[in-house]
Ligand binder design. Structure first.
Ligand code: KG4
Ligand code: ZN
Length: 341
């Protein structure tokens, strides 16, 4: 059994913002004692994307079981838990509500303090778990299904957004392009896999720049360019290579993410760069960052793929630093679907 001292802070963390029902026990914000994830992906695949109503219902069905399993795997009981961290936004309102209501109920019944956590702060904090020595300040690229942000992490839980997407998030573009070329949902991992057999230089898809802010992203033009390419192939009666389209699209996304991020690291200093969010598990993106950061003597931080996609351990890490700063949420804590960072 994991040994812990009286003053250790054990967070029970709960995450239900989208299609993963997740619970975790995290010690002192850095050490994961358990990380249980029930993924609903198979359930939503037949609809080609997440169906919010189905996600909420499944969360309700699974949440107690997932929490019990997280406590069991960590070899603790609720009596050992110092505080409960829960994602309260952004995300799907019905999905978020399940986690928030559950966390409030446990807190009410046991008297354990409650801490509401921002989902993106959670994604960024996955880096604290992966690398026990990482401390702010650093620049972080958050690229997930709902968000693409370049963030200056000034201190624990203290963020300045340097750049953001003007339209689609990077993961959203992966999902839409995957659907268009017949790979299905979820698109990111499927494009990642098939791209290994394709030529990334086969089709010259655009690398978008946003005139007013050099750190902002735009992926809708790239998505349209892929759809136009597919249409023109169909109209000419020509076949296209799924692998070449996937690899060329992926290269266009990776080039833009790498260029903007490294520019931000140079401008904002500190020589440390981290990635976060589901898209950060993309193998080609990770390789590109590793290579380019090494060339520039930038220290690169990258959570393992399981900590990049949605999980509760990252919420436990972010929640720990909020708790240590004295943050406590009341029973009026509510789900905030469009919560700002
Ligand atoms: O962080 P996440 O699990 O959930 C959100 O907060 O959105 O990110 C999910 C997104 C999806 O769009 C998925 O297609 C993308 O991350 N993704 C990937 C990969 N794995 C997941 N995108 C590219 N390559 C991957 N290997
Ligand atoms: Zn997420």
């Amino acid at each position: 059994m994991e040994q812990y001292k009286e003053k250790d802070v054990l967070m029970l963390a709960i995450e239900t913002s989208c299609d993963e029902t997740a619970a975790s026990v995290v010690k002192n914000g850095r050490k994961v004692l358990s990380n249980v994830i029930y993924t609903q992906i198979a359930l939503h695949t037949q609809y080609g994307g997440v169906v919010p109503e189905i996600a909420s219902r499944k969360h309700i069905e699974k949440i107690n079981q997932v929490i019990e399993e997280a406590l069991k795997q960590a070899e603790v009981t609720l009596q050992d838990i110092t505080a409960i961290a829960v994602t309260y936004g952004p995300g799907l309102v019905g999905a978020l509500l399940v986690g928030v209501a559950e966390a409030k109920a446990i807190s009410f019944a046991t008297g354990i303090p409650l801490v509401g956590v921002h989902h993106i702060s959670g994604h960024i904090s996955a880096n604290y778990i992966e690398d026990e020595d990482l401390e702010p300040p650093f620049v972080c690229l958050v690229a997930s299904g709902g968000h693409s942000h370049l963030v200056m992490v000034k201190d624990y839980g203290k963020y300045e957004i340097i750049g953001r997407t003007r339209d689609d998030a990077a993961g959203e573009a992966f999902d839409k392009v995957a659907r268009a070329i017949g790979l299905g949902y979820p698109g990111g991992p499927k494009i990642d896999k098939i791209s290994r057999e394709g030529n990334p230089e086969a089709i010259p898809f655009p690398r978008a720049r946003v005139a007013e802010n050099e750190y902002d992203f735009s992926f809708s033009g790239l998505k349209s360019a892929v759809l136009n390419y597919l249409n023109s192939c169909r109209m000419k009666g020509e076949s296209y290579s799924q692998a070449d389209v996937a690899a060329s699209f992926q290269k266009a996304v990776v080039d833009v993410l790498v260029e903007h991020s490294l520019h931000a690291v140079k401008e904002f200093g500190c020589g440390r760069f981290a990635v976060a969010g589901g898209v950060a598990s993309n193998s080609s993106l990770r390789e590109a960052f590793e290579r380019e950061c090494a060339k520039r003597n930038i220290r690169f931080y990258c959570p393992s793929p399981l900590l990049c996609t949605d999980n509760a351990a990252m919420i436990g890490a972010a929640g720990y630093y909020e708790y240590m700063k004295g943050k406590r949420s009341g029973f009026d804590l509510n789900a905030v679907p469009n919560l700002k960072l």
